[in-house]
Design a protein around this ligand. Structure first.
Ligand code: NA7
Length: 543
């Protein structure tokens, strides 16, 4: 390890570790590495901590996970002192919570804000990383850790004329810090993923008019959010250990885990009653608490899909609009399920219009609005809820080069290759939290972030205790893990549908179709990571 000294005359400042990103992962990794007595520097593009919850300030942004399953578990003090006001907290409260944690542990003193890491190059001779920022500074560190988040590289649509628009326009993840007044405004929104759904249902009652440009509809499910009063908070707090234990057991580390029964094992009556029960439950119950074969057997998936289609039809007054809102190219739950509160009912309002861009093409953004094959729409505000260059996008924006000057982007041109989703061969001492192929990509994310950070901290401590200077995933371990990731995906129906899970983004046609997530489940992933550690970090070369 480098000595903890931070400066050395005019040469670049040196740290034991550099962390990129001050969201939930970066904050916790900083906390743990400080405990090891390491010198650490965190770079963050934003003006404050919070990552996803700092950037995504759009109206309606909130948890889809139960608040008390999402928060950090590592500090009893934080658990004791923080109360949640809703079962699914909204973004302002979440950001207040993360600031509370940052204040409590004085995390900001090691974080440099307003700074984007532009490049990171491994210096083989000196076994350190040289990190350059957009502020023109260069830093050196022994270890480099990306905590950049799987959905942080905002993606605008590839529509001509975006810069021509004279009104206000925002990508949802680059929302202004000042409130946006929608009163009497003519608003257009492009995108109906998890984000678009939250925005639409929130602003539909505030705007003068809302025109939704939808390409592929998604199956949305009711969130059933409620307030938490003091008495209920006390009960919830008493159950924290139970909740964390439950998350450890389930596939996606949510409170909801699949039912052991198979869909066709029960009578139709029983099956429908179960679907109704789940539909009435809060959160991801209907998605992740369903029959065990829902995402592995097409027939099982078809049954649930039919139930969900019917629910949409029941909630929309105009049958033509209802059919537009029903996906035709995929079954329920095979893409990320947006959670909603009166989303479908918004389309029953007179001031809300739905345009299917498969029928009516958007030709360009103009000075005054959006031009389509069937005429022009004038807007005061255009909202782009068009998602992200998912999972690999934030890493691709940084020019990362490893041994022999190999570029990470080039190495991953046909899709990421990783060992455990934490390292890739040729990039020693570079670790990815929530990297591609990591269980954290298909997870109630803080649960998996904590696992990632604890495991990595253990590996770093092992390096120190055993006087190792260099840790690198072997080619064999990387090949085996990457194959395992693809094999696990093939056992599910997820690869049958184009989505960001599959590295498909129609605004980035050059991206190669490949599976980015890990679908072997949290429990297996954790077991595997623990076994690797117990066997002296098997699969990694340690020197
Ligand atoms: P998503 O889920 O990637 O959704 C983006 C939406 O934007 C989706 O409906 C896209 O339609 C739509 N889109 C993108 N480009 C266009 C163009 N050019 N024209 C029309 N529509 C377009 O991102 P979100 O922010 O909603 O959610 C991301 C994740 O954040 C989510 O999964 C949660 O885990 C949290 P498409 O489906 O491509 O037809």
């Amino acid at each position: 390890m480098e000595p903890a000294g931070k400066n050395n005359g005019n040469s670049p400042q040196r740290y034991d570790a550099i962390i990129i990103g001050a969201g939930i992962s970066g904050m916790f990794q900083l906390y743990r590495l400080r405990e090891l007595g390491m010198s650490v520097k965190v770079f963050e593009t934003g003006t404050n901590i919070g990552g996803t919850w700092y950037w995504n300030r759009y109206p309606g942004a909130r948890f889809d996970s139960e608040s008390y399953s999402y928060h950090y578990s590592f500090s009893e003090e934080v658990l004791d002192e923080w109360d949640w006001s809703e079962h699914f907290a909204a973004q302002p409260e979440i950001l207040r919570y993360l600031n509370f944690v940052a204040d409590k542990f004085d995390l900001r003193s090691d974080i440099q804000f307003r700074t984007r890491v532009k490049s990171a190059n491994y210096d083989e001779q000196n076994n350190h990383w040289e990190v350059c920022t957009d502020q023109g500074e260069t830093f050196r560190s022994h270890l480099l850790i990306s905590a950049t988040g799987p959905l942080s590289a905002a993606q605008m649509p590839s529509i001509p004329g975006i810069d021509d628009f004279q009104g206000a326009s925002f990508h949802t993840s680059q929302w202004p810090h000042e409130p946006v007044d929608f009163t009497n405004k003519r608003v257009g929104i492009i995108g109906t993923g998890a984000t678009g759904v939250q925005v639409i249902q929130t602003i539909a009652s505030q705007v003068g008019s809302l025109t939704v440009f939808q390409r592929d509809p998604n199956y949305c499910a009711p969130l059933h959010n409620r307030k938490i009063d003091k008495a209920e908070m006390k009960e919830i707090r008493a159950k924290y250990p139970e909740y964390f234990a439950r998350c450890d057991e389930t596939f996606g580390s949510f409170l909801h885990g699949s039912d052991p029964r198979m869909s066709l094992e029960v009578s139709e009556e029983e099956r429908l009653a179960f679907f109704e029960e789940l539909y009435a439950m809060p959160g991801f119950a209907i998605w992740l608490g369903n029959f065990a074969d829902t995402f592995t057997d097409q027939k099982a998936n078809d049954l649930l899909t039919e139930f969900m289609k019917q629910k949409i039809r029941e909630r929309i007054n105009d049958p033509v609009v209802a059919e537009k809102l029903i996906p035709t190219d995929h079954g329920f739950g095979l893409r990320r399920v947006p959670m909603e509160t009166n989303y479908y009912e918004a389309y029953n309002q007179d001031n809300v219009d739905l345009i299917d861009v498969n029928e009516v093409t958007i030709t360009r953004i103009t000075q005054t609005g959006i031009s389509t094959s069937e005429g022009d729409h004038e807007f005061d505000i255009i909202i782009y809820a068009t998602g992200f260059n998912a999972v690999v996008g934030a890493l691709e924006r940084i020019e990362i080069t490893g041994v022999g000057g190999q570029s990470l982007k080039e190495k991953w041109a046909d899709g990421p290759r990783t060992y455990l989703g934490v390292q890739t061969n040729g990039f020693p001492n570079f670790f990815t939290i929530v990297g591609p192929h990591n269980a954290a990509t298909f997870c109630n994310i803080p649960r998996c972030i904590e696992q990632n950070v604890e495991w990595l901290t253990g590996a770093i401590k092992y390096m120190r205790d055993n006087r190792c200077e260099r840790m690198e995933a072997s080619v064999d371990a990387e090949d085996a893990w990457t194959k395992h990731v693809f094999d696990a995906a093939q056992e599910t129906l997820f690869p049958t549908v184009d989505s960001w899970f599959m590295n498909v983004n129609r605004n980035l046609p050059e991206k190669k179709k490949t599976f980015l997530l890990y679908t072997g489940g949290g429990p297996y992933y954790r077991e595997k990571c623990e076994a690797v550690a117990a066997n002296g970090y098997e699969g990694f070369a340690l020197e």
